[in-house]
Write a protein that binds this ligand. Sequence first.
Ligand code: NAD
Length: 352
Amino acid sequence: MQANIVLLPGDGIGPEVVTEAVRVLEGIASKHGHSFSFTEHLMGGCSIDKYGSSLTEETLAACQAADAVLLGAVGGPKWDDPNAKDRPERGLLALRKGLKVFANLRPVKVHPALMEWSPLKPEILEGVDILVVRELTGGLYFGWPKGREIKDGRERAVDTLEYYDYEIKRVMHLAFKLAKGRKKKVISVDKANVLESSRLWRQIATQIGQEYPDVELEHMLVDTASMRLITGPAEMDVVVTENMFGDILTDEASVLAGSMGMLSSASLGESGPGLYEPIHGSAPDIAGKGIANPVGTILSSAALLRHSLNLEKEAATIESAIDEVITSGARTNDIGGKLSTTQMADEIITRL
Ligand code: NAD
């Protein structure tokens, strides 16, 4: 297998964790006779500094032409000025839109050896295996109009929460298909008691659910879902939700796994390259110290092999190496250990 992978290390700890994921991918390539070529581009704050734009047309074109894109994280205090013309997050949203990756898959599993590291009780964490499917290119983050104005002498801000039926249908189909290969349970999260967009969401979830009679569908309000995530996460299988609810719920879910540094994500469209990134941000508080946990990014590279390159066996090899490493007691600082980013990756590479 030959594959062209674009790397967008980004800002803060992004380059530190992407470097380690690339070493893991190179290890897999040499073991299994694949040839991966890596091309690196700037995106986010570093791209604003060099080109005056968080995502240049050249970088987007390179990503669109790749087999897959691996991203670290973007952002940081340096680019936080609310009046700035461009922000790192704008580049990220434009990249997702440009790659047409409408679904973001975020698996949340709790490794038994890390249960003590979560603030929740072990009996609540036992057996947690959730897949959150978040709609990624619609809703409040993209709706129009958006902005600020002075109206009748008062400052006003507006964001628009908008969904078309087709946007809900495609992410719903994906959620049900994924549930078929799991415990066959879908929870569709909305706020249908208040929001019109959620009433459309629920209507379409019901309609698509009828096409998958072997999969159980439950509708849940987002406030209930946020509570159930910490009171009964083990009962959840596939959770499908709109963009902003998914953004918030997945950060909440990351607490189950013990650290943000442990979780991966895959963003997929109908066709074209997938976008793979850890769920954490650029962690400016620890950037440059060499202590970031690389596991979320390495798991993202396993997802890349699975979803974009169809290399299931290789993806599973990485995942079981990580399982073994955690079981063996190897830990970075965020999960109570002393290993550096590189040492943690070394532990994984030796077990591939
Ligand atoms: P964050 O995820 O960067 O950090 C939250 C906390 O988790 C910090 O204490 C950090 O040290 C820790 N942490 C995160 N990843 C870790 C890892 N791999 N290993 C060890 N510890 C880790 O969130 P934040 O501090 O709210 O945001 C920092 C910047 O990142 C902001 O500019 C934000 O906009 C940006 N951000 C970017 C993305 C992205 O690129 N997809 C996502 C979230 C936040």
